[in-house]
Design a protein around this ligand. Structure first.
Ligand code: G3P
Ligand code: MG
Length: 244
């Protein structure tokens, strides 16, 4: 099977990360899927944003967890990237799932709960995926491995994977134990040996964040199940050329 190309936070090199324009552009560029980060507002609305604080990617301040959805809706999440995207809003998980109804591209929902532990985040995300009938094409991931373990405990039919940026000998045995489908690793950790070891243990390997032709080619060459890139068009073109 050829490597799945996930647009990392959407087509985030060109459009403001984790916004609908970035998802639209990823789709237009032919990405197989979208990776996005989910957190909860003060009133428990799942929204798509990478940082725990609003400062970098919006004109707001403070923590996501301390702001209500009504307050968050007022923020501009596009101008920091370019004037062209002025007044782009932070999307909710519902916005993404509704948008994907007629597209049905793959989703990687990353639970951004490794710094702030949002209580009930796993349940809220799984419930939404059920509501929109979108569990089948989704994989959930997190750097918070306890959170992924909680999803396993629920015995629901959804794929999940452990995320890591560090070397960790326990990663593969632990992933197996909690019945994860794969491991999502930093490109720094990618090696032939690790892919072979993971595959021997019936785990796939997905790699983040690969934005150069060399890195994209290496991920494909080593047989990664998936890669995450800010430039999906580049990866899709490379994949097409390799399999032409
Ligand atoms: O899910 C892959 C990647 O997004 C993990 O790192 O910090 O970009 O969310 P980060
Ligand atoms: Mg992410």
């Amino acid at each position: 099977m050829s490597t799945i190309i996930y647009a990392h936070r959407g087509a985030s090199k060109l459009a403001p990360e984790n916004t609908m324009p970035a998802f639209e552009l990823a789709y237009k560029h032919g990405a197989d899927g979208i990776e996005t980060d989910v957190q909860l507002t003060k009133d428990n609305i799942p929204i798509l944003i990478h940082d725990e604080q609003l400062n970098r990617t919006t004109n707001g301040n403070g923590f996501v967890k301390d702001i209500t959805y009504d307050e968050l809706k007022q923020l501009d999440a596009g101008s920091w990237k370019s004037y062209h995207y002025k007044d782009t809003k932070i999307p909710t998980l519902d916005d993404l799932l509704a948008w994907n109804q007629d597209k049905q591209i793959k989703l990687n929902i990353e639970l951004k709960n490794n710094i702030i532990s949002y209580q009930g985040l796993e349940d809220i995300v799984c419930q939404k995926l059920g509501e929109y009938n979108m569990a089948e094409q989704t994989v959930i991931s997190s750097f918070n491995h306890d959170s992924i373990t909680r999803i396993n405990d629920k015995k629901i039919n959804i794929d999940y994977a452990l995320l890591t940026g560090r070397r960790n000998k326990a990663l593969i045995p632990y992933s197996k134990k909690i019945k994860a489908k794969g491991i999502h690793i930093s490109y720094r950790l990618l090696s032939n040996r690790l892919v072979a070891l993971a595959n021997d243990n019936k785990l796939y390997v997905a790699v983040y964040t690969v934005n150069s032709s060399i890195a994209i080619n290496k991920a494909i060459h080593l047989g990664c199940h998936a890669l995450f890139t800010d430039i999906p068009k580049l990866a899709i073109d490379i994949k097409k050329r390799r399999f032409a």
